[in-house]
Design a protein around this ligand. Structure first.
Ligand code: SF4
Length: 225
């Protein structure tokens, strides 16, 4: 990864701590399959039991916004996904999202659902996790986020068991989620067989979009892919 000179970034009020910037295919969400630049911010206050990006909890390097924008531009694609970790744990992420939108990119944000999304630019498609009991972080859900959702956003459940699936179904009904935005559901890798979850959704005719993480199928979850 080509970081900006740390001294220069350290003096900038527009800086963020990043674990990596890389080009890949979007592996999930509504933008699945598009060549996408991923900007992975360092740090997360949660500890989901299935987390596949624990390498982003610590470390990273300071980048200023101009450096990030230049690195994104170098890859020459239209889609940019700001992810983590939990990107919103760094407050300056809001400014970066705005800059990316102003530059004309299709911007998405992957967030844990535990931090207020209200300050996020509405041009950004916010992919909001709702943590299930099986994640071990269900108590971190910030339920007031649901009122902020627009049709440009997406809600995502990672399902770890049949109990999680039933819980998610109840949440979808209680909060009328499908009337607010698209609802995504994916199996927790190695905990629920994809086919099992697919069968449950079909049997219930649940109006959600089933997802398998494409990058895991293609590249077996290598970091940076
Ligand atoms: S919110 Fe995301 S990055 Fe944070 S622990 Fe959970 S899965 Fe990992």
């Amino acid at each position: 990864m080509n970081a900006v000179v740390p001294e220069a970034a350290a003096t900038s009020p527009e800086r963020l701590r990043l674990t990596e910037i890389f080009l890949s295919l979007q592996g999930e969400s509504r933008s699945i399959g598009w060549p996408t630049v991923f900007v992975r911010l360092t740090g997360c206050p949660l500890r989901c039991q299935y987390c596949d990006t624990a390498y982003a909890f610590h470390g990273g390097e300071w980048w200023d916004f101009d450096g990030i924008l230049a690195e994104v531009a170098r890859h020459g694609v239209r889609h940019v996904c700001v992810t983590g970790g939990e990107p919103l744990a760094q407050k300056r992420c809001i400014g970066l999202l705005e800059r990316l939108c102003d530059a004309g990119y299709e911007v998405s944000l992957e967030t844990s659902g535990s931090i207020d999304i209200a300050p996020v630019d509405l041009r950004v498609s916010r992919v909001l996790d709702i943590k299930t009991p099986g994640s071990a972080e269900v108590e971190r859900n910030l339920w007031s986020n649901i009122a902020q959702l627009t049709p440009n956003d997406q809600v995502k459940f990672v399902v770890c068991s049949r109990e999680d699936y039933d819980w998610a179904k109840a949440v979808i009904a209680e909060h009328r989620l499908v009337e607010r935005c698209e609802v995504l559901m994916s199996p927790s890798f190695s905990q629920v067989r994809p086919r099992e979850l697919a069968d449950w959704i079909v049997a219930d005719r649940l109006p959600v979009r089933f997802q398998m993480q494409l990058h895991k199928v293609l590249w077996d979850d290598e970091p940076g892919r």
